[in-house]
Design a binder for this molecule. Structure first.
Ligand code: PMP
Length: 379
């Protein structure tokens, strides 16, 4: 049996999404811009997906723009906000543990002369909310804070931070990269006091290559793709109808059962934590209040890659740090104050709504075996 425990990197496409994708590829394959019935049928699929995704966020359909994924959405929103509003206000406040698609965009803006204030995290992995709020002033054009950290599962107090910011500085634009929280927790735009949101399809059992951004009415984000004027001019290019339809189908399939899925993940997480805590060489890095979908831990004395490849031989698939930062050392655990030794031996397991007890036990048994056989090799 395969124990696929790398769902924060990507997920298996669910049956509903695969069926919707297939239908759009083989039956409703018209171009949504075409004036004939085939075009209209394709447009209806996009409209339906837009409604579903907007509904899941408590937004209006016209506020949702489809993209190729979260990386494009993060780039477009942050660069766009800086371009549209960065004349007078030149400072951006962000958490210090953002995903590279945000962090690298911020670096690029620094090179253009913007000032970026990065706010550190507490030992539990959550951003220091008071420091974040205090860092914002009337020169801040954008505050960006991810919703759930992709390496530790830390749930950031985005609602608290953004509501305080909006109260004091209503002009400051707020953005959250909600990729790891969407469809796991309610991501409601008004409750989060956010002007801009990023989500991705392939983290929620839709295919890779589709994402969406929410843009609050009245916020100007210049498009990065210009051309045929699709997506209300926000993102030109023929819509990826099969991927968009699949994204909508995945959201629809999950909408009614988020609580059940969360309880399942909680039970699996508790079970695994309990078992891991019996191993003296395991150090759990994710705080108990983190999202149960992600569990980060270190196997003392065994480098992440060594254990990862051992586990692979037992059909257990996990991640070292974050799959997005392949080969590049992640700063997230260090930002939490974890010594390098533990960071170098960190593994991340991540569940999806269909993860099972069997997979969890398979991981645990393989891990114990792995420690016995490779620990001495590392010295
Ligand atoms: N943000 C976060 C928090 C992520 O975890 C990821 C994917 N690892 C991304 C952004 C990028 O998503 P995509 O692959 O859709 O570009």
């Amino acid at each position: 049996m395969i124990a696929y425990l790398d769902n924060a990197a990507t997920t298996r496409v669910c049956d509903e999404a695969a069926a919707a994708c297939m239908k759009a590829m083989t039956e409703c394959y018209g171009n949504p811009s075409s004036l004939h019935r085939m075009g209209l049928d394709a447009e209806l699929l996009v409209t339906d997906a837009r409604k579903t995704i907007a509904g899941a966020m408590g937004a209006q359909p016209e506020q949702i723009v489809f993209t190729s994924g979260a990386t494009e959405a993060n780039n477009t929103l942050i660069m766009g906000a800086a371009k549209a509003y960065g004349r007078r206000r030149r400072t951006i406040v962000a958490s210090a543990v953002e995903h590279p698609s945000v962090a690298e965009t911020l670096k690029a803006l620094e090179n253009e002369g913007f000032k970026v204030k990065r706010i550190g995290v507490l030992p539990d992995g959550t951003v220091d909310a008071d420091a974040f709020i205090d860092a914002v002033n009337d020169e801040t054009l954008l505050a960006t804070c991810m919703y759930v950290n992709n390496e530790t599962g830390a749930i950031m107090p985005v609602d608290r931070i953004f509501s305080a910011i909006k109260y004091r500085y209503p002009e400051c634009i707020t953005h959250t990269d909600a990729v790891q929280g969407f469809m796991k927790y309610p991501v409601k735009v008004s409750a989060l006091h956010t002007d801009l949101v990023t989500v991705s399809g392939h983290k929620i059992q839709a295919p890779k290559g589709v994402g969406a951004m929410y843009i609050r009415k009245g916020i100007r984000i210049p498009p990065r793709n210009i051309g045929g004027g699709q997506e209300r001019g926000q993102r030109s290019g023929t819509e990826a109808v099969p991927l968009i339809a699949a994204f909508g189908a995945a959201v629809k399939a999950q909408c009614g059962s988020m609580d059940t899925a969360l309880s399942n993940a909680r039970a699996l997480n508790d079970h695994l934590r309990g078992k891991l805590s019996t191993l003296p060489y395991v150090h759990i890095n994710s705080d108990e209040n983190c999202s149960p979908y992600i569990l980060n831990f270190s196997v003392e004395g065994v480098r992440s890659e060594i254990m990862l490849h051992f586990l692979e031989t037992k059909n257990v698939f996990v991640s070292s740090g974050s799959a997005c930062s392949k080969g590049v050392k992640s700063g997230v655990l260090a930002a939490m104050g974890l010594p390098d030794k533990l960071g170098d031996s960190a593994l991340r397991i991540s569940f999806c709504r269909t993860s099972s007890w069997g997979e969890t036990d398979q991981l645990f048994n393989a891990l114990r075996e792995g420690y016995m056989s490779v620990a001495h090799v590392n010295g």
